[in-house]
Design a protein around this ligand. Sequence first.
Ligand code: NAD
Length: 351
Amino acid sequence: MQLDLEFFKGKKVFLTGHTGFKGTWMSRILIGAGAILTGYSLAPNTTPDLFSMADIEDKMTSVIGDIRDLDALWDAFSKAQPEIVIHMAAQPIVRDSYKDPVYTYETNVMGTVNILECLRRSNTVKSFLNVTTDKVYKNREWEWGYREDEMLDGYDPYSNSKSCSELVTHSYRSSFFKEGEYPAISTARAGNVIGGGDFANDRIIPDCVRAAKKGEDIVVRNPYSTRPYQHVLEPVTAYLMIVKAQYEDPTLSSWFNVGPDDCDCVTTGDIVNMFVEKWGGIKRVDRIDPNAPHEANFLKLDSSKLKKTFGWKPTWHIDETIDRICEWNRVWFADGNIPEIMDKQIADFLK
Ligand SMILES: NC(=O)c1ccc[n+]([C@@H]2O[C@H](COP(=O)([O-])OP(=O)(O)OC[C@H]3O[C@@H](n4cnc5c(N)ncnc54)[C@H](O)[C@@H]3O)[C@@H](O)[C@H]2O)c1
């Protein structure tokens, strides 16, 4: 993928969710590019955690705080004086949102209000991106991809809170800022992200890796659901492309899908089969829970707008994505150098 990382050298960037899976990959790229990076998030909540492995904490200003706390957020934000703001902090797990909808809405909706309040109070920001999800659309189990002007109405509390986060962003843009002027405000709705270093619960690749580590079978509870799976570097670099483009030309700001091509929208069962084949020595077992909470069966994104606006296209197909996941995890299983494998994969991706 063509991304001019030189642009980020010396730029002040404020990233929420920097301790998470996507946030750590993005931080590693931005630090490598010479950005002056401030992150604001809760402490990592998985064991192990990618943030600690990635060796970035001492190369940035890492603030541990709650996105629901506007005073603490503003304190970090005003000290950072950012030109670019990327908002990723969220409670991102569907099943957890069924367990604690109140926390999910507080974090995902009021967190968005709070970061936009910081934007409103500040006069330094030129480019703002809110990272939402493919799940923001009202799911009609269509076989074709959703487009950006389709109805926003996620089903479960996670998806729905992200639809609300979109609407909050739209309202702030029309109420307090001017379309086409600074700060340029966009949202990006990416697909299901997979890659090395995701240790979250209730996600299929982390489940595969945990099973491989323990030498156990991979239990699949939803083998027939189709998802727009993509390597983590796809959306992360697309986000950077958008924030750069609208920094240079605020009329480019908009709402963008960031999904894989149709040929890479596969079922969860297919993904697991590919992992099993490439990893070797483990097997898949299906254990469908008839009482599981509702999750969409069929979900695809139409990313024509992103392609047309920026000439963007996905870089790694699903086969290479699974290869890269295996490559990363073989290094980790062998106690190898994680920052090195991250930098290698970033360089390979951006070639
Ligand atoms: N992983 C995916 O498949 C996927 C797909 C589409 C969109 N997204 C979105 O991308 C973003 C990052 O997701 P991820 O996969 O890296 O998740 P993650 O769980 O690995 O990271 C979430 C980040 O948000 C922070 N956070 C959570 N609650 C917070 C709070 N109350 N206050 C401050 N920080 C808080 C965490 O500390 C962490 O840094 C989220 O907005 C998510 O909705 C993820």
